[in-house]
Ligand binder design. Structure first.
Ligand code: ZN
Ligand code: ZN
Length: 445
């Protein structure tokens, strides 16, 4: 009998944080693990909104979208890939589903599907993010999905967005483990623990691991973040302005509970409200109820509202507040405010004793530095002190080493990192072979 060949090839997520696109072939069976947007590559060529890709042709031309046969909806070729598995809804793992042939099924967690659909509804016609027409097949931990010769076991992991999964994939040549993005310091470390146990028990031939945090790692936890927020909000006399990733439900829960405890309301953005409304049916997820007395929905000052915005404004009419209302009850509000909402401060006129809490990553590239300087100007103008209270969505370096030692795979492929060389050296005493993952090369297992 001819031996079935298993290969792994990486079309994104190599020498960059995100953009993961991994092709796993097991004889004639082909699956893609994640199909994300490469922010790093896009940034090299484009400067939105005025210099943006016009069509998929530009993205292919520049190598931002890999040249793959039988994958895309635009090349009119019959599908050659049997399925796409999405680890979680962050755009660096999911956005380029936009280009996937609609005949190829997309497997992801139920929560991920809800978030991706909500995101599509919130964005106007967007070349690089549109899940319309995709055939989603959702899974939960405990399910096993069979794709011809492969059996895929998704396992919930802890990350900065709900519904994140790692995978154990049983191939003809042993198990392949894919971590997706994960950590052990969030609100549900036990899920990651369960994933590691299952990965270890599969006696894997390969592990594909994220390795985002290798430099500048800062040790904290979601519970520590909660405590710090409690202390800051408790001391504030005026308004508390808070910036955090809108799909980071753990952080949203932390701000909500802290606001409640301090006798304040959390005023969420329309985008957050739309997502919370969509996630409300997710029984296993704990999210604040938009009807809760400690929740308000903040309506930005603008002339016209999109369909999805009008829907929220109508559905939760008595929860909606504008700048003028917020301005009148500053000591009663924690207001979720992103960088792009800073104009609202002109009407709010923050009182003395107000503050700004950055609860997201510090700037890590040039563009972010420039925006950060602008933020500092605004805060300086209104006399707002800035706090940084955050914990990363990604595992810390030595914890990762211990986990990889435990999983004990024969081959170790780092992805989602700008420090693969450092990773290889750090992991050099592991029993398995540590690879310096190369883009587009097929690795035979
Ligand atoms: Zn990522
Ligand atoms: Zn992520």
């Amino acid at each position: 009998m001819v031996k079935r060949e298993t290969t792994l090839a990486f079309f994104g997520g190599v020498d960059e944080i995100g953009g993961n696109k991994i092709l796993l072939k097991d004889s004639d069976t082909k699956v893609l693990l994640d199909f994300g947007m490469s922010f790093a590559m896009k940034k090299q060529f484009y400067s939105p909104p005025f210099l943006s890709p016009r069509s998929e042709r530009s993205l292919l031309e520049l190598g931002i979208l890999p040249r793959l046969d039988g994958v895309y909806r635009f090349d009119k070729k019959p599908p050659e890939v049997d399925a796409v598995f999405i680890s979680h809804s962050h755009l660096d793992h999911s956005a380029y589903l936009s280009f996937i042939n609609r005949e190829i099924p997309v497997h992801c967690g139920e929560t991920t599907q809800t978030i991706l659909r909500a995101l599509t509804e919130m964005r106007r016609a967007d070349l690089e993010f549109d899940v319309e027409g995709l055939v989603f097949k959702s899974f939960r931990t405990g399910d096993k999905v069979t794709i011809d010769s492969l059996e895929v076991e998704p396992i919930n992991v802890d990350h900065s967005v709900p519904g994140a999964y790692g995978f154990v994939i049983y191939t003809s040549n042993g198990a392949v483990v894919y971590t997706g993005d994960f950590r052990v310091h969030g609100s549900k470390p036990e899920m990651t623990r369960d994933f590691v146990d299952k990965a270890k028990n599969s006696d894997p031939v390969a592990v594909i691991t994220e390795a985002t945090n290798l430099v500048g790692a800062s040790v904290s936890s979601e519970s520590e973040v909660h405590e710090k927020l409690n202390s800051i909000v408790g001391q504030a006399e005026g308004i508390v302005l808070a910036e955090f990733a809108y799909a980071d439900v753990d952080r949203l829960n932390s701000f909500f509970q802290v606001a409640k405890k301090c006798g304040r309301c959390l005023a969420v953005s329309l985008k957050q409200a739309y997502l919370l409304n969509a996630l409300r049916t997710d029984k296993k997820l704990k999210v604040p109820d938009l009807n809760d007395e400690s929740i308000l929905i903040f309506r930005k000052s603008k002339r016209r509202y999109d369909k999805w915005e009008s829907q929220i404004l109508q559905q939760y009419e008595n929860k909606v507040v504008d700048v003028f209302e917020v301005s009148k009850c500053q000591c009663k509000v924690v207001l979720a405010l992103s960088f792009y909402d800073l104009e609202e401060l002109v009407e709010i006129q923050p009182e003395a004793g107000s503050c700004y809490v950055l609860s997201a990553s510090e700037p890590f590239n040039e563009e972010m530095e420039i925006d950060f300087e602008k933020l500092m100007k605004w805060l300086g103008h209104y006399g707002l002190p800035q706090y940084h209270v955050h914990v990363s969505g990604h595992i810390m370096p030595l914890q990762l080493k211990a986990i990889l030692e435990e999983i004990n795979a024969r081959n170790i492929f780092p992805v989602h990192t700008e420090n693969a060389g450092l990773f290889c050296k750090l992991m050099r005493d592991l029993k398995g072979k540590v690879m310096l993952t190369e883009k587009e090369k097929a690795y035979r297992l």
